[in-house]
Structures are given as C-alpha cells and as structure tokens.
Design a protein around this ligand. Sequence first.
Ligand SMILES: [Zn+2]
Length: 240
Amino acid sequence: MQNIKIPILMYHSIESMPNSTVMRSLHVPPKKFKFQMWLLKILGYKALSLKKLKPYLDGEKQGRVVGLTFDDGYQNNLVNALPILTKYNFSATCYIVSKSIGFSNTWDNAQGITQRPLMNKNEIKKWLSLGMDIGGHTKTHIDLTSVSEQEAKNEIAGCKAELEALFNIPITDFCYPFGRFNEVVSNIAKDSGYLSATSMIRGRVNNESNRYILPRIPINHRTMPHLFLAKILTKYEDSK
Ligand SMILES: [Zn+2]
C-alpha cells in the first residue's frame, strides 16, 4: 500500500463573488463546493481533516480518503461549508491566523483582495464542536521567508501556543502563509511540535511524503467537475 496517493484539497473562501472581484479564484461558490463534496461521497471517498488523515498517511489505515483544508479561517467556511461537511460526515482542517481571530484578511489588503470576515472565537468553538479541526497559520499571516529566524519561530510556535490556550486542544497541523517556506522555516515547524505542515506545492501525498512540505491540490471557482475528478483520481496534479 506504499504508493497509494492521497489528495489534500486546498480551499480558501466558500462564497459567490462578482466577476470583478480581485483573485476571485480564491472564492468557491457554495453550490460548486456542495457538488464537489457530493461527488466525493458518491465515489465512496471520505474527506478528512489533517488530524484524522494522519493514520492514513502513516499507513496504519487504508481507504478512499482525501484531506480537506481551508486556509485563513473565513466565517463563510462555517456558514457555507460546515453544513455540507456534517451532512456527509466529513471533517476538515481550518488554518487559523491567531492574531486575526474575529477580524479579516488584512494581509491581502495591499493586493486589493476583497476583505472577508474571519471566524471569531465562538465561531471557531462551534466549528470544533461539530467535529472539525483547526491548525496554525502563524500569528499574523506573515511571509516566513522574509523574516528573521527568531521572528519565524515566534510566528510559528507562538500561534500554536495561542490557539492551544484559547481552545484547550493540541494544535498539531500547520500551513505556510502564501505557501512560502524554506528549510529553516520547515525545521522550525517541526521543532515547534507540529506533526504536519502543508504547502502550495501541487501534487498528491503518500507515505513517503515529507510531513513538513505536504503538497496540496488547489480547488478554485474555475475547477469544473471533470477537472476536479482528474485532480483526485489521476496523476494530473502530480506532474504539475
Ligand atoms: Zn493564508
């Protein structure tokens, strides 16, 4: 079972946006998301958070599974995605920016990317109470390759400590903001006690994948059903 490839899907905002929206591709309309989850369900797949995916990555469990991740912690994940996930008994990891809880994606402001509300503390509690998981996404959504080693440590380990104190659960999964990392940064993620870190490198994962440079599969508003299936069932993303 060594070579079974597992896709980890990457979503951000689950919301319909006008055509004029900058980086509209970051927003997947709820209807489209719903259809994608339905496709997984009828194909016999189970979508799992990184925490629940771990035994599959470790080769302890086998089955038709995909990893499901949402970056940044948008409130619309709770409103538009959560009901679909609970309906199908799926789970997902939402990567939280610890200093931005209850605010918005201000780090995108300079690019003119639409500001969307991020989940507040109570909303994250609700997300967790319904069987979902959260992971760390730094304290301030900083490009970790642009700061000193000390600051990177503070952003990565500090985020873990803050989320653990706020929600009283172990935070074991991390995601690099903007997908930006290097060897120093991925070592810090490991040394901080995280068990995984996801990147924006494209591809599916297997037992041998480096747990601190996990590739993912981007799903955006342009991802049509046939492409969605190709990304999951074929080598399509592995060769990107
Ligand atoms: Zn992000």
